[in-house]
Design a protein around this ligand. Structure first.
Ligand SMILES: [Zn+2]
Length: 344
């Protein structure tokens, strides 16, 4: 369906008014009360540039999962058939799959999180032998709470524990054993032979699924933070914040997705805080994961990739100069990134 710019602007204005909607940070979506379930701020209407997957006026509720894929469906849903663009008949409209089949649960976004108790005898620390070996300085302990249970809690002896905080609440924790992977593997091999207990490198909380969590989420301040650098793990967040001295910078936040991928719930959490630009800072060897994440983020944000030219190095291993080079000269758009990776 062809719409002139005037028609498009008019429709956006009318839909905005009808739904009492506001634009998200990047201006690519209207965020409104859902016409199906009535939940405030959960209904998104896409008004950005059309892509293969995202069409103008596609709408989706992150709460109840109802969605519309054409303008006419949306106008029916919000009870404004008077706005129908009548000069063209969209033959596809009545055959859209999601009119025929109920949406599967994957389309629903549940971002509710329960509060999680830290392990018994958890005590915050401001210096730690293991963390010192990973470059931690005083500010790191101050900005990124971490602790241990000492020897009082057998399950967590020799672990450092990072609470995952969201809106001031503890919603999870990452507990990492302080031995190297090699030491743990050696121990476990012997322990296996002798029938003794094995050591887990991580012993994380299990109450909230980590696909719904972001590390350092509270560093994103609404109306202030416009750029988020996405990294894989907590140690990347701390290392990059330290090396770029971003502790008190409210414009940029470093956030970890707990792995090389992003979920719809995590995208939603970033979108609702008004983040406009996302720089993907996953490890250099994660080429396919980076491409996939970039295409998932593009409908909602301006996306760049911090292309780490060293496949085996992560942010902890890079010097300030190397990092500076990457952010000054190495930021690529998703298309530039794809092209550069084809050529290699
Ligand atoms: Zn809804």
């Amino acid at each position: 369906m062809y719409l002139s710019k005037n028609e498009k602007d008019f429709l956006i204005a009318e839909i905005t008014r009808e739904l009492g909607a506001k634009r998200d940070g990047a201006g690519k979506n209207l965020i409104a009360r859902c016409p199906y379930c009535g939940k405030e701020g959960k209904f998104g209407v896409y008004i950005g540039k059309e892509t293969e997957r995202k069409k103008l006026f596609m709408a989706n509720c992150f709460s109840c999962g109802n969605s519309t894929s054409t303008l006419d469906q949306l106008l029916s849903a919000i009870k404004r058939p008077d706005l129908f663009v009548t000069n063209t008949i969209d033959l596809k409209a009545s055959l859209e799959e999601n009119l025929l089949f109920p949406l599967d649960s994957e389309d629903e976004i549940d971002d509710t999180l329960g509060i999680v108790e830290l392990p018994d005898f958890y005590k915050r620390c401001f210096t730690h032998e293991y963390l010192k070996t990973r470059g931690f300085v005083y500010d790191d302990y101050e900005y990124f709470p971490v602790g241990s249970t000492g020897r009082l809690n057998f399950r967590f002896t020799n672990y450092v524990i990072f609470p995952v905080i969201d809106g001031g609440d503890i919603v999870g924790y990452v507990a990492r054993h302080t031995w190297s992977k090699q030491e743990i593997d050696t121990h476990n091999r012997k322990a296996g032979q002798k029938g003794e207990y094995k050591i887990m490198r991580f012993r994380n909380s299990t109450e909230n699924d980590f696909v719904k969590l972001l590390y350092n989420y509270d560093a994103i301040i609404e109306e202030e933070t416009d750029t988020v650098i996405l990294v894989e793990g907590i140690f990347d967040v701390v290392a990059l914040t330290r090396k770029l001295e971003l502790y008190d910078n409210t414009r940029i936040a470093i956030i970890a997705t707990f792995g090389k991928k992003i979920s719809q719930a995590q995208i939603y959490k970033l979108q609702t805080k008004g983040v406009e630009t996302i720089v993907i800072g996953y490890d250099g060897d994660a080429v396919n994961a980076i491409k996939k994440t970039a295409s998932e983020l593009t409908p909602y944000f301006e996306v760049f990739i911090a292309d780490i030219p060293y496949p085996n190095k992560d942010w902890e291993d890079l010097s300030y100069e190397e990092i500076y080079q990457i952010f000054s000269y190495g930021l690529k758009t998703p298309i530039e990134y794809k092209i550069s990776k084809i050529q290699e």
